[in-house]
Design a protein around this ligand. Structure first.
Ligand code: UD1
Length: 366
């Protein structure tokens, strides 16, 4: 059985790693790893391959940046050629990035079976490009592998037959469980305590006044607790445009994007995490570290119902208030959601190879 895995952006790499390993451990499996090149900087891509022990991608499409339409269209055009040349039995797509939806759409038209890992998540906010990617990918996929029961409900509500949906748990947590023992803090001037900050959502960073208000609040809070902020390339450009003055690094430490092992160690050691990332909401839930999410909604509600996550939106008074609660030892700790124990990828391999992976006959490749 030949599986072709499509990855493109930073959050895909920790999701594909355990699935590749779980499938590689089974007999009769051939795998191809394809990188679209959506993320291409060494610190957004190469370092993850190295730290996660991923093989070099056999196919690199080298797509790079562009508008959403340009990026998605280029991935589609180049991916179609690559997938036709390989004719895999299954294509696996991950998460909600432009590479995910582009590959799913190509496969659906070629009638190549597609499995979506991390299916069913919904923020119900169509202003987020990722929400559109999730909706379309799920409609086009033959097998929907969800991380939590809310995903199954969302999919059924959208009319997807129950036979195509499997709740397998969270593959990000498989990687976290495997690599937590190797987590190591970056070589940087960290104080104690510190708060970890990450920001890259267009809704927070593309509007200068929103970004300014967030950063000014964080600068104020840094008087009481060092802010450690690895800056995404998108955000770096926007911050430069604002011309803000930051306090000294002892108070406000701006870093280049960090590797996976460093990011895990930073989360584990942080007093709290202030973020708009999806993956970090999940990782901090697993680690029991209070997470203050600078978004109005989340497609990962179990991080709130079970975990350590709280939505702050762009209400900077609320951020101040909740941050002070954390400083006073009253941060939310939560508990781990069901099936977030490190074996989701085993369940995926079982489903794909156990013969019960449902593909509607009309969707199978001719
Ligand atoms: C993408 C995903 C988002 C994910 C995020 C994690 C989509 C729609 N969004 O957003 O879901 O949470 O990745 O990082 O797919 N850039 C570089 N170097 C790189 C990669 C990007 O400089 O290696 C620059 C690009 O030129 C662009 C900006 O960063 O200006 C944004 O990159 P892009 O991949 O378009 O989207 P992200 O914001 O990273």
């Amino acid at each position: 059985m030949h599986f072709l895995h499509v990855v493109g952006a930073r959050p895909n790499f920790m999701k594909v790693a355990p699935v590749l390993r779980a499938l590689a451990a089974r007999p009769g499996v051939v795998q191809t790893l394809l990188h679209t090149g959506q993320h291409y900087d060494a610190n957004m891509s190469d370092i993850f391959f190295e730290q996660l022990g991923l093989p070099r991608p056999e196919i690199s499409l080298g797509v790079g940046s562009g508008s959403h339409a340009q990026q998605t269209a280029q991935i589609m055009a180049r991916f179609e050629e690559a997938v036709l040349a390989r004719s895999p039995d299954w294509v696996l797509v991950y998460g909600d990035v432009n590479s995910t939806v582009a590959a799913a759409l190509v496969c659906a038209k070629l009638r190549i079976p597609v499995a979506h890992v991390e299916a069913g998540l919904r923020s119900f906010d169509r202003d987020m490009p990722e929400e559109l990617n999730r909706l379309v990918t799920d409609q086009l996929s033959d097998l929907l592998l969800t991380p939590s029961a809310d995903g199954d409900e969302n999919l059924r509500r959208e009319g997807i037959p129950a036979a195509r949906i499997r709740c397998v748990g969270n593959v990000m947590i498989d990687t976290l469980v495997r690599l937590l023992p190797q987590a190591r803090l970056p070589d940087a001037a960290l104080s104690s305590p510190f708060a970890l900050v990450t920001l890259h959502r267009p809704s927070n960073v593309d509007e200068p006044e929103t970004l300014r208000s967030i950063l000014e609040t964080l600068i104020e809070l840094s008087a009481d607790c060092q802010m450690v902020f690895p800056v995404h390339p998108r955000t770096r450009r926007r911050i430069a445009d604002l011309g803000l003055t930051f306090p000294s690094p002892r108070q406000f430490l701006l870093l280049e994007p960090v590797g996976y092992l460093e990011c895990l160690a930073l989360q584990r050691s942080a007093l709290t995490v202030i973020t708009d990332s999806g993956g970090i909401q999940e990782e901090s839930t697993y680690l029991g570290v209070p997470c203050l999410t600078l978004r109005e909604n989340t497609e990962r509600p179990v991080t709130i119902t079970h975990g350590s996550n709280q939505l702050i939106g762009t209400d900077m008074d609320l951020l101040q208030h909740e941050f002070r609660k954390v400083l006073n030892g009253q941060g939310k700790r939560g508990r781990r959601p069901p099936l977030w124990e490190g074996r989701a990828s085993e369940r995926i391999a079982e489903i794909l190879l156990g013969g019960d992976a449902v593909v509607a006959p009309e969707r199978r490749a001719a």
